[in-house]
Ligand binder design. Sequence first.
Ligand code: ZN
Length: 381
Amino acid sequence: MELRSDSDGFLITGKVPVLIPEQVKQFTQTALGARTTRELDPHLTHNALVRGTASGILAIDIGGDKLISAPYEIREGELGPKQAPVVLQSEGGRGYVEHLEKLAGDARRDRLRVGISFAGPTEGTRLMGAPNLPALFDDLLDRYDLDLANLFPSVALANDAEAGIMAASIEAIKRDRTTQHIIYIINGSGLGGAVLTRSRIVACEPGHIEANPRLNPFNTTKQCGLLGRTHVCLEGIAASKAGIEDTWLRERGESRSGRQIARLLWNDNDLFARNLYDNSALVTVHAIAGLANAFQIPFDQTYIVAHGGIFEVPSYRERVRLILKEAGISPLGSLFTRDFSANACLDGAAVAAVLKDLCWHESHPDPAHVSYAASWTNLIG
Ligand SMILES: [Zn+2]
């Protein structure tokens, strides 16, 4: 697909819709299944990363369709792989465990701190499920009881949204020192998200909120399915894969990838494709506004960070910006992960590896405690 400028597309020609207040109000912490997964003060983290150097890090990204690993180094606030990442691809995660065993051997030999981002639910160092990687799940269950601490000598595990928001927070602070909150929205195979607010990372499920019928113009009847929920959820309408590709298949009777549908929009100005993406952008903005609503996050202290393939569809980001503006929402700034990182999950895994050795919320109940910064300097200074 030929990508021209983001503001040059088709989506932005239509009338800008307004938000549906009832839908925004449906986003509560309970409805979002909100879970605090980590304590993280982004300012202290950023300061420490700028001040010090950390090496001996092995970052691993276990994604839905590939496993990527690279040694990392953090130098004067810049975080990046020391060499080109190694990529492994297989059906359902077959052979991943053998590869992880090899990486664990390297980590043991070279005393590396390991950080892992995983595309699925996690708890501590355990995988709680692997919907797209059944072979990995079975092998890990067999050999390591699903606990990566049984495999690696020193490991921090984060789900991909958590890892992404850790990388994003450092970038956002770099761009604007007054950033206090991050709203991280993912639109790819599903519609997901996380927030970083008051020094906590909170994992959320914005995609599984019940959709207001006005956001369901294609009359999707697909049931949510998460935890047995039977309502039609936002993800089933607006996610690049679970929403747009599935709706296309149902309505057009042909299977098309998101990339192909986007090409039809771009090359042929296909009206159905445009309506799908227009509506998706509107749902994405509801999810952003809803996350802010659930956590009472003021936008004037907030960076919005977008992640996922749909944000590469020409003019989709611009459409999101216009709808935000129409709704009177003006954040400190907004970012697309691809603008600052080739792989935000891998970057976040590296940050998780460094943060692991702090355990600062246990020793310092007050997140703003100055000795946190001191311990950081000791660690990586
Ligand atoms: Zn759902």
